[in-house]
Write a new protein. Structure first.
Length: 275
């Protein structure tokens, strides 16, 4: 009995150790599972947070891009709605007046003045280039400079028994301007190359005047035509002589003539003395 009891006690002790070991393994395994679950939850939370931040950043970036695009669109629309800034003042401002003389070529005049602070190129265009032309057709005006342009037009005979003064013309004239740098030469192609910077100053309509009936518009037209012809004649004249001109290596024409005359006179005196 003593031996059996001893064996039983030893067997119970072993079972207790094994149970304790199993319980410890279960506890550790459950803790590791808990830690793994926590880690997985934390990683999932961090991934969700990162994804949320990324989405927020993307949405903010998209919102910023959309807002900038909207701002540009609004500004471009606002610029398109604003009236263009005029660089040239026209006189007359809206119409070109011609004396009504059917079957003849008549003239009109318009004054252009650069009212901006920079050099401005101007150009004429017409819907009837075969019967209308301008002189000059274009050019460059310095700040504050003005010019009177002459417009030529052939007047056709009236149709449908219309009264002469009621005869209307479909011809229109467009005056365009372009800001340019000082010192450059005028070429018509500059308006095509820089079309985005071109401003349409005015579209002028043709109005006929009765040449036999005095009117303020007719008197003004005659005065402007006289001024334009005077300016044209002034441009044709050579520049005034401001003194002796320097030619070659600093030799002055007037001094050269004087020296030559003295030399010839001295040669004649020496020839007489020798004779």
């Amino acid at each position: 009995m003593a031996i059996g009891d001893t064996d039983n006690q030893q067997q119970q002790h072993k079972n207790t150790k094994v149970f304790s070991l199993c319980q410890f393994w279960q506890t550790g395994h459950s803790q590791s599972r808990t830690n793994n679950n926590n880690n997985n939850n934390n990683s999932s939370s961090s991934s969700s947070a990162s994804t949320h931040r990324l989405n927020n950043n993307n949405s903010n970036h998209v919102a910023g891009s959309n807002s900038s695009v909207k701002t540009k669109t609004v500004s471009s629309v606002a610029r398109s709605l604003l009236p263009p800034r005029r660089r040239i003042r026209l006189d007359p401002a809206n119409n070109l007046y011609f004396p009504y003389e059917p079957g003849k070529q008549v003239r009109s005049a318009i004054k252009l003045k650069n009212t901006s602070r920079s050099h401005v190129a101007f150009k004429f265009q017409t819907t009837e280039p075969k019967s209308c032309y301008m002189r000059p057709p274009g050019g460059i005006l310095a700040p504050g400079e003005s010019i009177i342009a002459i417009v030529f037009k052939f007047v056709e005979q009236p149709e449908n028994n219309e009264k002469p003064i009621e005869q209307k013309s479909k011809a229109k004239f467009k005056i365009m301007s372009l800001k340019v740098k000082a010192g450059i030469d005028y070429i018509p192609e500059m308006f095509e190359e820089q079309r985005e910077q071109v401003t349409v100053e005015r579209i002028l309509r043709v109005m006929f005047l009765d040449g036999e009936r005095p009117s303020p518009a007719l008197e003004k037209l005659k005065r402007q035509l006289a001024e334009a012809e005077a300016e044209l004649e002034a441009r044709k004249k050579p520049p005034p002589d401001t003194g002796a001109r320097v030619v070659g290596e600093g030799l002055v024409i007037d001094e050269w003539k004087e020296r030559r005359e003295k030399y010839l006179a001295r040669q004649q005196v020496e020839a007489k003395d020798s004779a």
